[in-house]
Each structure stands twice: as C-alpha cells, then as structure tokens.
Design a protein around this ligand. Structure first.
Ligand code: NAD
Length: 386
C-alpha cells in the first residue's frame, strides 16, 4: 500500500470498524449489504476448539497457488501489509519462480510445492489458507483439492466456469468443514462500500437506474483469457463480473432475468474463441434495470446509480487503487486502501473466529449463474430467467 493511501491516524482495521454492519441475508445466504467482515459461522463448519484457540494465537499462513500477474503484483505485496495472515507458502510449476520467491519472501523449502506435490499441503501446519490464483477453469479442481487437504480456501473470481463446478466446490468445502471465500476485494473498498450504503439504504430515495461498464484492451493474443477452455468465456467472465457485482451490491438484490447482445467483432484474429464485448441488462425484483457492458477492446470502468433524489458515480470504480467517487451532493472524499490486505485479513478473521466470509462461495455461485444466463440470453436473443 502506498503510504499516502493510509487514513491519517487510522489503521485499516480502525477504518473497517466503521463499516461493521451486515444487513440480513438472501435465501442463498448471500449478504445483502456486505459492510462487515464476517457473518456468524455455522455449527458444522467449526474447527475443533483446541485447533481454534491455537489458531487464534498466531497469524495464519497463506499459500498462493499460481504465481502469475495477480499473485506477484498484488497479493504477495498485500500479504506484507496484513495483520492476521502472512505469506507462508507457494505452489508453482516453475522452479525458477520458486527460487525467486523463496529468497524475496523468505519462504522455507518445506512450504514450497508444485502441482504434483500440492496435496501434501495437508500435512503442513504452517499453511492454514490456500488461495487459488489460477486460470478460471482450474479453480474448481484446486479448490476441491485444497478443501480435501482440510485447508480454508480463497478462490479468485470468477469462482469457476460452470454452475456445477461452483456447487462441487461448495460441497467439498462443506464436507471437509473448511471455509470458502471468493476474491471479491471491492467489498472491502470504501467507495464501493459507500455505493452499497447509498443504494441499499436508499439514502437518496429509491434507486431508479444502475449503469456500469468495465473493460480493458487485450493486446496479448496468447493469454489464457482468450482461450475459451481455460477462461470459460471472454471479458464477461473477467471484467463483466464486476458489473454484475456492482449492480447487485448497489441494490442488495439478485436479478430475476437478463437480456444480452454480443458486440461487433472488429479484431477477428484475436477474438476467435471468446466474445470481444457484450452488453446486457439485468432486471431486478424491485423493477430496476441495470444496463451493463464489458469489453476486451476498450479501457473503461465506472459504476453509476440514480435514485429519486440524487445520483452517484464511481470512476474508476473497480481498480486496485485510484478509485474516485462523487454524488449529486459532491465528492465522496474517501481514502483508497489496500483492498487485498483487507480482504485477506477479513477472511483470516473469519477462520480465526469461526465466522463465514461476507463474500462466500454461495455469492460466487450466484454470480456464475448470472454470467451463464447472460451468455444464454446473448446466444438465443431471448430474456433468460436467473
Ligand atoms: P496469469 O496468467 O498472470 O497467472 C496465472 C498463473 O497460473 C501463472 O503463474 C501460470 O503459470 C499458472 N498456470 C498454472 N497452470 C496453468 C495452465 N494450465 N495454463 C495457464 N496458466 C497456468 O493470470 P492472473 O491475471 O494472475 O489471473 C489469475 C486468476 O486471478 C484469474 O482467475 C483471474 O480472474 C484472477 N484475477 C483476479 C483479480 C482481482 O482483482 N480479484 C485480478 C487479476 C486476476
């Protein structure tokens, strides 16, 4: 975290204490307003008491699985800023990366694994949490293997490439009595938290409209994000999921139906497997329509909401930092924070105190269900129920 990102005189923990409210849950158990860092845990999801009190006296060890862009540039640095967990181990298929990380982060040899030795993590007491940061189609396999190793799991977004895989992941975690959280870092970001509050608490009256776009220009034609098998789809899976999330947490609701249309393909040599762009509308139970768009051919990222007596807009809305917000009353004047550090500390706290994550597997599944409905709507040209 950049030093000037810190609130003067406040730790991140103090800041998040100001946002410690959770307002009820949906039928799926998904929080309506995720302004807290944990929900009460279920009885069957409890580590035994001795283990629990032992855990409470130490920082939890996190093992990152997949040392690509996100692990290298965001998660590992964030783990140097966390209070309740630390970078204890790595899983990589590249021996040179193992050497590099070992010396950079002082990781002992016994905490370094590859994809073949992965399952041996079950015997390693240094590792409490396994964080899956692999291409989307590999999330299910490694989350299930992590759960079978009896480790609590954070899985990156999108949770998986099918609803069935999401369910298998949830079931495996439940059967092994471990917790599952999705890497939805914006639930720990002050501007996005403010939007949840403005929308869900109807600060400016009833919400009338949500509009959101997210995308970037994909120049590297070789990346797995363009490989349908590994990515599960194009920008919708990667960037559009933020719009789905943004609309859902503005309203505190899950859409009941979607319509969608694939965008024009102007670079067919690059977009021969996945969509280049897609626009869609989500219809919510309260009648609000969210208008959304995502693209691998446009740098864009905003979240706009309009209510009876005012409006708000975040732009950029979904980045790691530099988020800016204003409302019809003026600038939001909120700090940028280390989202990933807050997100991982929040999960460590859930594990330490036997609470459920506010961004649980059920929320990841809900979102993948919505993404699949959007694809079906675009393919068929029909409105699809979620
Ligand atoms: P990346 O391509 O930079 O890294 C992927 C890693 O997986 C690489 O180290 C690669 O070696 C490894 N890997 C293992 N098996 C592989 C295989 N069969 N094919 C390809 N790579 C394989 O990707 P990334 O940007 O770090 O994204 C990883 C995950 O993190 C994705 O699910 C992505 O959606 C998610 N992500 C989330 C955020 C966020 O803000 N929450 C940001 C970036 C990425």
């Amino acid at each position: 975290m950049k030093k000037d990102d810190k609130l003067p005189g406040h730790s991140r923990r103090d800041f998040m204490k100001g946002f410690s409210l959770v307002l009820g849950t949906t039928a799926l158990g998904v929080p309506l307003l995720s302004l807290g860092s944990c929900q009460p845990g279920s009885a069957e999801n409890t580590h035994n008491q001795a283990e629990q009190s032992n855990r409470q006296s130490k920082k939890l060890g996190v093992a990152l699985v997949g040392l690509g862009y996100y692990s290298t540039n965001q998660l590992a640095p964030a783990l140097q800023e966390t209070n309740d967990c630390y970078l204890a181990g790595i899983v990589t298929g590249t021996p040179s990366k193992a050497e590099e990380w070992k010396s950079k982060y002082n990781i002992p040899d016994k905490n370094i694994y590859n994809y073949e030795t992965f399952d041996q993590i079950k015997d390693n007491p240094d590792i409490d949490i396994i964080y899956i940061v692999l291409p989307n189609a590999l999330h299910a396999e490694y989350t299930i293997r992590a759960a079978n190793a009896k480790k609590d799991v954070i899985c990156e977004k999108p949770m998986a490439t099918s609803v069935e895989d999401c369910q298998r992941m949830i079931d495996a975690c439940r059967q092994n009595n471990v917790k599952l959280s999705i890497g939805y870092r914006l639930h720990f970001e002050p501007h996005n938290l403010r939007v949840m509050e403005l929308g869900q608490k109807q600060v400016f009256g009833k919400v009338k409209q949500v509009k959101t776009e997210n995308g970037f220009v994909a120049n590297n034609a070789n990346m797995w994000r363009l490989d349908k098998e590994l990515a599960g789809g194009g920008p919708l899976m990667d960037m559009g999921i933020y719009c789905v999330q943004g609309a859902c947490y503005t309203l505190g609701q899950t859409p009941v139906a979607v319509t969608a249309k694939f965008g024009e393909v102007t670079r067919p040599e690059v977009f021969d497997e996945v969509e280049q762009s897609i626009s869609w509308q989500m219809q919510f139970p309260n009648g609000v329509i969210a208008d959304c768009n995502t693209s691998y051919n446009q740098n864009v990222g905003y979240l706009y909401g309009e209510a009876q007596n005012g409006w708000w807009r975040l732009e950029p809305a979904y980045g790691y930092g530099g988020i800016k917000g204003e409302t019809s009353k003026g600038p939001m004047n909120l700090p940028n924070v280390n989202q990933q550090a807050l997100q991982m500390d929040a999960f460590a706290n859930c594990v330490l105190h036997n609470k459920e994550s506010i961004v649980p597997g059920e929320m990841g599944l809900r979102d993948v269900r919505i993404l699949m409905a959007i694809y079906e709507a675009a393919r068929t040209g029909k409105s699809v129920k979620v």
